[in-house]
Design a protein around this ligand. Structure first.
Ligand code: VGL
Ligand code: ZN
Length: 209
């Protein structure tokens, strides 16, 4: 068994004070640190939303649009976001409380201005891979625990892709290590992940096991 922990987008932009804040987003930081220090993982990786300033998911790039409007990007429906996690800005940095020392690999995503990338594994149009599937396969990962921000977007799409793209790997969502943007969306996302074969667990169970 090679157990990996995948920390999704624990960045200033998604925490209180950031440009696309998730309620309680900073509360996942101590959960991540405790799990990283628990000795229960063979490998720890993190994703980082990393957009150019002109990213097409930003409402600012669509004349007349407001953040959270439903718009279009490259001909597909797209939620239009506030400008967030722009490359090289403090908003894109990991939360300062997150202990980066145990993270072996950071997977940046969302660099192509013409497509959004909620999943740490591939763009939303499924055309381009980030390289994380290859990295985890190369390390022989057999179990993958996923947590972070936001439950109803990047955590959700990453977990669904993990099930789809890493056959044979046991995928789990750490529910208390994740926070979402929309409460109804979070509930639906958790049911969707469960139906796809993602086990839903608590960090307390992992730490007690
Ligand atoms: C995310 C919206 C836009 C996320 C990233 O990390 O969940 N959500 N970009
Ligand atoms: Zn983004």
């Amino acid at each position: 068994m090679t157990r990996a922990l995948l920390l999704i987008d624990i960045q200033n932009g998604f925490c209180p004070g950031g440009n696309l804040p998730v309620a309680g987003g900073d509360q996942v930081v101590p959960v991540a640190n405790a799990l990283m220090h628990s000795g229960r993982y063979d490998l720890i990786v993190a994703s980082q939303d990393w957009h150019p300033a002109n990213h097409g998911s930003f409402a600012s790039q669509h004349p007349g649009a407001k953040p959270f409007d439903l718009g279009e990007l490259s001909g597909k429906p797209q939620v239009l976001w506030p400008d967030h996690c722009v490359q090289g800005t403090p908003d894109a940095e990991f939360h300062p409380g997150l202990d980066l020392s145990a993270i072996a690999h950071v997977q940046k995503k969302g660099e192509n201005p013409a497509v959004d990338s909620y999943s740490a594994f591939r763009d939303n149009d499924r055309a381009a891979l980030t390289g994380l599937v290859g990295y985890l396969k190369n390390k022989g990962v057999t179990a993958l625990d996923i947590m972070g921000l936001a439950t109803d977007y990047c955590v959700r799409f990453s977990a669904l892709d993990a099930v789809d793209m890493l056959p044979g790997v046991q995928v789990r969502l750490i529910e208390d290590g994740s926070r979402g943007i929309d409460p109804d969306g979070v509930h639906a996302a958790i049911e969707e992940m469960r139906s796809a074969g993602v086990a839903v667990v608590s960090s307390k169970d992992i730490l007690a096991a």
